[in-house]
Every structure is written in C-alpha cells, then in structure tokens.
Design a protein. Structure first.
Length: 144
C-alpha cells in the first residue's frame, strides 16, 4: 500500500521492510483498510555519546530513538500522528527507556514538524533535535 501512495517518499520504503532482527520497530496506523501513517523507531539507543543531544540533561540509558513519522496528507490533522507517538511512547516506557529523542526532518520547511513535536511534550532544541521523557509525552497527550 505504501508503494501506491503518491505522498509517501518512495526512497524510504526500505525502512519499513526490515527483518525481524532489526533494532527498529514499525508502528502502523490504519483508517479503514488503508495505512494512514507509520512510525519507525528503536529502543536501545544511548545519546550520551551523541554531541547533538548535549542540550538535554540525559537520564541513564536506554533511550528510544524515533527515526521517522509519516502521516498521509489526507490523514493529517485527524490525530494519526498523535496516536503513533502515543503508541511509541507507551512501548518506550514499557521497555524501560528513560528518554525519547530524534531529529526534525529538514528536507522541507520544518515549522509544522517543530510545532507537532512541541505540542506533544517534546523539547525542540538547537540543531533541530527533540527529546522528552516518555511519561512527559504521555501526560501531554492525555491532557489534550
């Protein structure tokens, strides 16, 4: 179905075809019988060595790395992205991750992406890096 999507970056399909031993997990949101959005991330990262995350006071590892979130144009504004982030934050928390981090895609104007992550409880720092404790994300989502 993603292969048929006109608004999904076709050069990124390989991210969603990883084998079962990959450190990445994919979460899928459905609307009816169509995929409305996907999220890929891992749960075994350590950002302590990554200088990009120096803006954060990092808790001990493990950290979760949110690789990519994509919501179809037709599903944006319907809560699909929020639902994907909620699923991911719940899984990160269940796996004992103390921090979720990632970087904003800068391939086009990142204004909406920054607002999206900021509205879900993430702090967006210099270098367009974002991060938060999974619990903070879940509380923010629950309160909105």
């Amino acid at each position: 179905m993603l292969e048929e999507s006109e608004d999904f970056p076709q050069n990124l399909l390989h991210l969603y075809r990883r084998g079962r031993f990959s450190p990445y997990r994919t979460f899928v949101a459905w609307r009816g019988d169509a995929i409305a959005g996907v999220l890929t991330g891992s749960f075994n990262a350590d950002f302590a060595e990554d200088r990009n995350f120096d803006s954060f006071e990092l808790p001990p590892e493990p950290h979760a790395f949110l690789e990519r979130v994509h919501v179809r144009e037709s599903a944006r504004g319907l809560g699909v992205g929020r639902a994907l982030i909620e699923m991911y934050a719940n899984e990160a928390s269940a796996r004992g991750c103390s921090f979720i981090g990632g970087s904003i895609d800068l391939s086009s104007d990142p204004t909406a992406r920054k607002a999206f992550f900021g509205g879900l409880g993430f702090e967006v720092c210099e270098l367009d890096i974002f991060g938060a404790h999974p619990t903070d994300v879940l509380v923010t989502i629950a309160n909105h």
